[in-house]
Design a protein around this ligand. Structure first.
Ligand code: 26Q
Length: 815
């Protein structure tokens, strides 16, 4: 732990201001103040943040193409337990810490769930004292910023590195790594041994930028190492004579610079659709190769026995995007270390573990053989050999050609990355119970039957320090007042809150905290959009990427139904509601963009209809991301988790909402199943088709949305609104959405579930009338949310995957 007195801090702060900017504090901009503060904190932790000790604990390396960190200042202050001292010190200097916290950039180096999960895992690995580090890409541009223009999504580049360097990073030029693309590979004999020669390769330099990941009130500081691609600098010694020669024309030199820099230029904004882009493949190999070489170099520096590798190093791949870890590790072990194939394979398969995050076929990565061959000739040779041996094994075992084809790594001219991962790792896990069951019984059935021992479930979790302690300090304070603060290190202790479930005074306190959070959000909405929302109304929230399977449309259809009902029965007593949306659509996902436009048009219609007397409001908050989530989630009464059952692998915002006392409106999909196990049917709102029913429809057909549409006049009215001019300022987008429901038979069963959803929504409204009962349910949700801390998840990964049967990590094994 670091300790610093207020006066020491002030001195330090002042002298840092002079050394960095040569100016007095009162002339500094917020940005400069923030840089100075970050720099002071980095100095304070520097001694403990030394190179990792690979020879002691087993090290975990978490490879992910996205890390959605969010702002770091508050989280770092909390974890270092210095927030109060620093707040007071800054106050003496006339600086408001909250202003600095808000002025920090929020690096959007991820799309959504998968990237945010990686960030929560880093927080938890450090906080449980695990030596676990992240490897990723330092994108120059993060996920686009979203603006609405006439209700349409417009994408603006996210130029987040306005200052050239990010306040928490440290660049380490002495640790840069050479990554080779393209060229010619052949084998040459050297003293009776075959040697791999790689000529005419394009050298790209991977420059590491390290961000400290600080554990909560412990001494653990891990590293997130993000790689930036660059043209090799003059003093970069690793490029060899075999590299392609770029000393030619000026134009060639420019092209080469572009080739190298382009790789880490921008994050792909697509979170659910695989489109085999060459640049994306370059990104994948770039960070994988840099990371694997980095690990190997560190390992060799410690002069450790290569056959002990998998006892000292665990490499985890977050979905298939880092799947090239497999052939890259093989390449190093074969070509650099000089091992035999069998020895290299044994090490590789015992080192690598893999998490699957989706069952959606269109998101599965399949790279064309020709593309890999040209871009990564040596890597392709290795994949081919892995496949050859795997197919021999399968043929011997099954003698079933179609099964072998389904399981092959290379098939029909493509490399199937999921198959590569499963065949080459010792552990494959899904991210929630139902998801893992579907993997085992449906999507990956063949593999499960072949190697059942590899498969396991690790239900996702969230960093409760960020999502409860930092985002909702008043609730966090109330909890501590009631049950002490042990829950901060052991969230299962939250269960003790249940004893207050009938305590009116406590429930009222809970109510006031929620109300205050709603006021904060209302103020934001008024400021930004000039829409008046009533903090006494039910705040009903759906925030997540826009995708047909997540069914923002179902929410919208219910809103329209409610709208008609209020107009039809103006005297009906209803609970005022504020529906809040936040969602980015992938720029190329036309239907998703149409849905955004439709929601915005409906919002305009409803918000400006005086007949509603403010009973209904719809707000679509622009540019949803981590920082907005921290404002919105603590203010929610209702959490919308309404994906088509079987389609959402887990969901993680569902957990964040629950921990902040929102009640969940849900299908039994993803981790909603676990929420339901914890709180029961009476403390959440369930509706919709079961997993069996959906799977059955998918297999046997039998669903006709048009029949349903004709048989339900209320539903028909709302669907027709999309195309009959009822919604002002809506053009062909309404037709597009209509067609997805009617012409294309409603792939995600929106109309099929609409009735059941409406019924659940009515039950919810009824319940809200009795605030006492509502708050009791809210408290029960908070009390049972402890299982969703990512500390729990990470300990399970450690126990069952990374450190299983591993002596050196006994301490963490016992966690
Ligand atoms: C792949 C290839 C090319 C371009 C982009 C991509 C790409 C990028 C990001 C594909 C997928 C993603 C992200 C997927 C994701 O966020 N999945 C979510 O993961 C969460 C964490 O496990 C789950 O809770 C969600 O259910 C799942 O949808």
């Amino acid at each position: 732990m670091i300790t610093i007195s207020k006066s020491k801090f002030k001195q330090y702060f002042e002298s840092k201001m002079y050394s960095l900017y040569a100016q007095p504090i009162n002339e500094a901009s917020n940005e400069q103040l923030l840089n100075v503060l970050a720099s002071v904190l980095k100095d304070l932790i520097a001694k403990r943040w030394v190179d990792t000790k690979i020879d002691k604990q087993k090290e975990v390396y978490y490879f992910s193409i996205e890390f959605l960190l969010g702002r770091q200042l508050q989280s770092n202050l909390l974890n270092l337990d210095v927030e109060n001292i620093i707040r007071e010190g800054l106050k003496d200097l006339n600086i408001d810490l909250d202003d600095l916290i808000k002025s920090e950039v929020d690096p959007a180096l991820g799309n959504g769930g998968l990237g945010r999960l990686a960030a929560c895992f880093l927080d938890s690995m450090a906080s449980v004292g695990m030596s676990g580090h992240g490897y990723g890409i330092r994108y120059q541009y993060g996920l686009f910023k979203q603006k609405f223009v006439n209700g349409f999504q417009v994408e603006v580049p996210d130029n987040w590195l306005t200052q050239e360097s990010y306040l928490w990073e440290v660049v380490r030029p002495n640790k840069a790594i050479l990554v080779k693309f393209e060229g010619d590979v052949y084998l040459e004999e050297h003293n009776g041994n075959l040697k791999v020669i790689h000529k005419n390769y394009i050298p790209v330099m991977a420059m590491p930028y390290d961000i400290p990941i600080i554990g909560y009130e412990n001494d653990c500081i891990n590293t997130l190492r993000l790689w930036k691609s660059e043209i090799p600098r003059r003093d970069f010694g690793q490029t060899t004579a075999d590299a392609k020669n770029y000393s030619g024309s000026y134009e060639e030199a420019l092209n080469y610079r572009y080739y190298t820099e382009e790789i880490s230029q921008v994050l792909y904004p697509n979170d659910s659709n695989y489109a085999g882009r060459l640049l994306r493949l370059k990104q994948e190999y770039f960070f994988v190769s840099a990371g694997i070489q980095d690990i190997y170099r560190k390992y060799k520096k410690h002069k450790l026995n290569i056959h002990e590798f998998s006892n000292k190093v665990a490499i985890h791949i977050n979905d298939t995007h880092p799947a090239l870890c497999v052939p890259e590790l093989m390449r190093i072990l074969l070509d650099v270390e000089g091992l035999s194939w069998d020895d290299a394979w044994e090490i590789t398969i015992n080192t690598i573990s893999y998490t699957n995050h989706t069952i959606m076929a269109e998101a599965m990565e399949k790279w064309p053989v020709d593309m890999i061959k040209k871009l990564l000739p040596r890597i392709y040779m290795i994949i081919e050999e892995i496949n050859k041996r795997y197919v021999i094994y399968l043929n011997n075992k099954y003698k079933d050609q179609s099964k072998v084809n389904r399981m092959s790594i290379i098939i029909d001219g493509n490399v199937n990355m999921a198959n590569l991962c499963i065949a080459s790792s010792y552990s494959v896990n899904g991210v929630a119970k139902l998801h893992t069951e579907i993997l085992k019984k449906e999507v990956l059935k063949d593999f499960y039957e072949d190697t059942p021992y590899k498969f396991n479930n690790k239900t996702n979790g969230i960093a409760h320090r960020r999502w409860l302690m930092s985002a909702n300090p008043n609730l966090s304070g109330l909890i501590t007042d009631l049950i002490g603060d042990e829950w901060k290190k052991d969230t299962f202790k939250l269960k003790e809150l249940e004893k207050y479930k009938d305590d009116k005074i406590i429930l009222d306190k809970l109510d006031i905290i929620k109300y205050e959070n709603k006021v904060k959000l209302s103020n934001y909405i008024i400021d930004k959009y000039n829409i008046n929302v009533d903090p006494n109304s039910i705040f009903d929230v759906q925030i997540k990427r826009l995708h047909a399977y997540k069914r923002q449309l179902l929410n919208l259809i219910n809103i329209m139904t409610l709208y008609h009902r209020i107009l039809d029965y103006p005297d009906m007593e209803i609970q005022p509601r504020t529906f809040i949306f936040g969602a980015k659509a992938a720029p190329g996902y036309y239907l998703a963009k149409c849905i955004i436009k439709v929601i915005n048009s409906v919002a305009d219609l409803i918000n400006n209809d005086y007949r509603l007397k403010d009973k209904l409001k719809v707000v679509f908050i622009e540019n949803y991301g981590v920082s907005l989530a921290e404002l919105i989630i603590p203010a929610a009464n209702v959490s919308e988790q309404i994906s088509t059952t079987t389609k959402e692998a887990s969901g993680t915002s569902n957990m964040k909402f629950m921990m902040n006392g929102a009640l969940t409106m849900a299908t039994l999909d993803g981790a909603n199943v676990e929420i339901n196990e914890l709180v029961g049917n009476n403390n959440m709102f369930l509706f919709g088709l079961s997993a069996e029913e959906v799977l059955n429809y998918n297999k046997n057909g039998g669903y006709s949305s048009i029949d349903l549409y004709h048989s339900d006049l209320k539903l028909k009215q709302v669907v027709d609104d999309l195309i009959n001019g009822f919604i002002p300022n809506l053009g062909k987008e309404g037709r597009e959405v209509y067609d997805s429901l009617i012409t294309y038979n409603d792939e995600y069963f929106v109309l099929r579930d609409a009735k059941s959803y409406e019924k659940a929504q009515r039950r919810l409204s009824e319940l809200y009338k009795n605030k006492y009962d509502w708050n009791k349910m809210s408290l029960i949700n908070i009390a049972n949310s402890g299982a969703f801390s990512s500390d729990r998840t990470i300990k399970e990964y450690g126990r069952d995957i990374w450190f299983k049967g591993c002596e050196i990590n006994g301490k963490i094994n016992k966690l």
